[in-house]
Design a protein around this ligand. Structure first.
Ligand SMILES: O=C([O-])CC(=O)C(=O)O
Ligand SMILES: [Mg+2]
Length: 220
């Protein structure tokens, strides 16, 4: 019998729950209102991509954006988890990208349609190695950065998040039960921008981890 381990959470086929507009500076750069409640959407587990494989530019888009985010890996499931106990449900973290077909998202927004094809396509969720919970003593004080071809595009700190990690775990689990192996993407700071085929993306959590991905065009 094999024991599953959250250190390979991307193999579990569990939910990827994403929080949008969780940094006021990013909400403003896309001309969105700063939310008073978390904005949630989902990615499919088939969206995971790991270092060594490329991010594939979807053929239906011509404006693919990077969004660097802190991912929270759930270690213990639960429903209606109180904020005071939320951190007991965290197994660890991952550095994540929420790749977004911005043109498709804009179209969906204007038509009042869901963002699925803008957010959940194959390779839309690049993830780092699993980061055990002890490596990040305070998820509210994590410095994230992202470079495209060595040029710094995003640099932010999770202290700027509108809704904290414990708040998000509690809020989400009121409506959507959390399960072991789920991943929560906590939103992106400002600086999102378009990537092109052959670009090299490098991202990091200061002092903890870095990762890199290449962008390729999907030709079928
Ligand atoms: O900008 C968006 O599409 C919403 C989002 O995912 C974020 O704020 O991280
Ligand atoms: Mg995002």
């Amino acid at each position: 019998m094999t024991t599953r381990n959250t250190s390979r959470f991307w193999e579990w086929g569990r939910k990827i729950i994403c929080v949008g507009r969780n940094y006021a500076d990013h909400a403003k750069e896309l001309k969105n209102a700063v939310p008073t409640e978390p904005v949630l959407f989902l990615k499919a587990p088939s969206a995971y991509v790991r270092e060594g494989s490329p991010i594939l530019f979807p053929r239906y888009s011509s404006n693919l954006h990077h969004e660097v985010e802190l991912g929270v890996v759930i270690g213990k499931g639960g429903t209606a988890i109180p904020q005071s106990r939320a951190m007991e449900h965290v197994a660890g973290y991952a550095l994540c990208l929420d790749m977004t077909a911005r043109d498709i998202q804009d179209e969906c927004k204007s038509k009042g349609l869901p963002w699925t094809l803008a957010k959940a396509f194959n390779t839309s969720c690049p993830v780092s190695e699993f980061i055990p919970v002890e490596r990040i003593p305070d998820p509210g004080d994590v410095r994230l950065w992202l470079k495209v071809n060595d040029q710094l595009r995003q640099s932010g700190c999770t202290s700027q998040m509108i809704f904290s990690v414990p708040y998000l775990i509690s809020y989400i689990s009121d409506f959507i039960s959390l399960e072991e192996g789920d991943l929560i993407l906590t939103g992106t700071p400002k600086g999102v921008s378009a990537v092109q085929e052959h670009d090299e993306l490098q991202a990091g959590i200061e002092g903890v981890i870095t990762m890199s991905f290449r962008v390729e065009r999907k030709d079928h």
